[in-house]
Unconditional design. Structure first.
Length: 194
């Protein structure tokens, strides 16, 4: 656990960065991070992991007018289903319970907001929210444009991620999953598996 704590103190903010810094397995790192978080020796937020007292860096980008995650994602803590407008989201003002929002909302940061994607991936414009979980690239597509993810430049990038997740060479891989309305797909390179 001390190796993981030192890695975070030295600036590792993601599970992958902690694994790279410590040489420990993903399972050991996740257990140590969970334990450190329970002991309040680690803070997990939209910026990743950090030790208490370490300054947070401002996000690279701001949500601005985008409220796509407030529509597309499920938030069980407030009884919000997938593809349902959150009752706490005001289109003109944003989140009406921002200071008291659930932990999932506090820690969520889409791939565009984190700076991993170009501006054409801005969720409000792209019609989809891309986010990373422990073992997947998740793509939540707005039901009003269900085939957007199959268009360029989106499809090419998703296929690239899929191939990278498959070819992890000894490291745990990851899946590329697309949810478009009630349809769910797994990408295997350029192959779409319903």
């Amino acid at each position: 656990m001390s190796k993981v704590a030192r890695a975070v103190e030295r600036g590792a903010t993601t599970i992958r960065a902690v694994i790279d810094a410590t040489g420990l397995s993903r399972l050991k790192v996740e257990r140590a991070l969970h334990s450190l978080e329970k002991q309040k020796l680690l803070i997990r937020d939209s910026q990743g992991f950090r030790a208490p007292g370490m300054p947070t860096t401002p996000p690279i980008r701001q949500c601005g007018s985008c409220t796509a995650c407030c529509t597309l994602l499920e938030v069980t803590a407030v009884g919000k289903s997938v593809n349902e407008w959150c009752k706490h989201c005001d289109a003109d003002k944003g989140c009406t319970i921002y200071d008291h929002r659930p932990q999932m909302c506090r820690s969520f940061s889409c791939a565009w907001l984190q700076g991993h994607l170009d501006d054409e991936w801005f969720p409000e414009q792209a019609g989809m929210v891309v986010h990373f979980s422990q073992d997947a690239v998740n793509v939540m597509v707005d039901p009003s444009c269900p085939d957007r993810w199959r268009q360029e430049p989106y499809f090419g990038k998703l296929c690239e991620w899929s191939l990278n997740g498959i070819r992890m060479n000894g490291n745990p891989g990851y899946a590329t999953l697309v949810v478009a309305g009630s349809d769910k797909f797994l990408l295997l390179g350029r192959t779409i598996v319903p």
